[in-house]
Design a binder for this molecule. Structure first.
Ligand code: GDP
Ligand code: MG
Length: 181
């Protein structure tokens, strides 16, 4: 309850990517420590708040889950306006969701720039890594190069199902947001 009165920094973070890649699952896992196989594709935008202790300081992350917008392949500018960081998620078992990443990144960059004309800190999440598919991520060097070429600050193999690397990815993003502030 008290968190609503907290004056500590609030960072808005977008979670975007194709339908079914696991955006809602990642957020639920991170914020509520739960996992379910049937989140409904909700309409509109959902918010979830995560309170973090960061170097003896408290930081709040407001995660924007753009449920239901995915089918349009982009979002209205209003969703992007206040964001300071983003996760772009793909599903390692579905190559088309990887191919969509550059489209999502271009959409993000076209709508949102920091005042210094840099794009906001964006981390790539290769989700469902528990599936044992290494289609796109078996070569970390290639993924590192892909991130460099496409303006991602980094990437993580994640699993919402098995709770792999989600808080690590969030900490990494917060670190970059703090550095670009
Ligand atoms: P969204 O449309 O991007 O929000 O995707 P959802 O979070 O609704 O997830 C779509 C489906 O993928 C659901 O059936 C989830 O249970 C499943 N899913 C999400 N994350 C994972 C994961 O890390 N591993 C596996 N195996 N399935 C996942
Ligand atoms: Mg969803």
């Amino acid at each position: 309850i008290m968190m609503w009165f907290c004056l500590c920094p609030l960072f808005q973070v977008l979670v975007i990517g194709d339908l079914g890649v696991g955006k809602t699952s990642i957020i639920k896992r991170y914020v509520h420590q739960t996992y379910s196989t049937n989140y409904r594709a909700t309409i509109g935008v959902d918010f979830a708040l995560k309170v973090l202790n960061w170097d003896s300081e408290t930081v709040r992350l407001q995660l924007w889950d753009i449920a239901g917008q995915e089918r349009f392949g982009n979002m209205t500018r209003v969703y992007y306006r206040e964001a300071m960081g983003a996760f772009i998620v793909f599903d390692v078992t579905r190559p088309t969701t990887f191919e969509a990443i550059t489209k999502w990144k271009e959409d993000l960059d076209s709508k949102l720039m920091l005042t210094n004309r840099e794009s906001i800190a964006t981390v790539l999440l290769a989700n469902k890594c528990d599936q044992g598919r290494e289609v796109l991520t078996n070569n970390g060097v290639k993924m590192d190069q892909f991130c460099k070429d496409n303006g991602f600050v980094g990437w993580f193999k994640t699993s919402a199902k098995e709770n792999t690397n989600i808080s690590e990815a969030a900490n990494f993003l917060v670190k970059h947001i703090m550095a670009t502030e």
